[in-house]
Write a protein that binds this ligand. Sequence first.
Ligand code: GDP
Length: 290
Amino acid sequence: MNLQWYPGHMTKARRAMEENLKLVDALVEIRDARIPYSSTNPDLAALGKNKKRILVLNKGDLADPVCTDHWEKHFVAQDYLPLSGDARQRRLGDAIKSRLSEWAEEKRQRDKLKGIVNRPVRIMVVGIPNVGKSTLINTLAGRASSKTGNKPGVTRGVQWIRLSSSVELMDTPGILWPRFQSETVGLHLALCGSLKEEILDPRALALKGIELLHLRYPDALPNKYQIHYQGDGAAFLRELALKQGLLLKGAEADLDGAGRRFLQDLQGGRLGLISLESPDNFGEQPHESV
Ligand code: GDP
């Protein structure tokens, strides 16, 4: 299965992000808690050099909590500042804001010592497509937030949302593309719904997903479908199709339909709380250091 994917607008978006990065002091990098290794872009280390960074493990409501806990400890040991949760919930937003307020206070103290008039800490949300950037921006901004207009010296089009007297958030997120360093990275992104559906073959993807799920969470498939995977993915999909009434003309099993059903269930958390990567097998970050 070829999952290489290189959108044409990538270079343009990256350039825009590099420009915007110059305007901020700190980054909030979002990754998918189910695949913290695959849902990043190693270039961010260089792009965000000298910036403070909060690492958010988002979609924690879909991930295996034990795994997420291991990842958090792993990232703490690497001097990251991880926070996990659900970008749609205020709780995660509040935890991020509280950390940002601490930074803002530290900065205020430093600026005061240097006799510099304090300016707000400016932050930007970054991450790969579909990881929850817009959702988090909405949660952070809340209803009560006010946008500050364009100011002289600020790149046209960039708007700042005031989160507090000392923190401003850029209203546009920085979009990074994942780097497919291996087929596994592409597979994990696709299984978590981070690649466009139309470029994927649902049946082939589902076959890989079923195999992987069986290895990592052997009870998930029989619990959900009352079907036992016997090492033959096509047979599994056929049984699933027949059981769920997914039929083609002539009452033939719709294997693509069954594949899609499986993927929807997986991505929607209906097969349980599932993480595809753990720090013990994906913990190495050879491409990145902070
Ligand atoms: P962006 O492309 O990074 O801006 O991603 P979006 O904010 O548009 O989110 C992509 C999808 O993920 C949307 O359907 C969101 O509702 C959903 N989403 C975002 N955060 C979470 C989360 O923490 N948990 C779950 N279950 N869904 C989320």
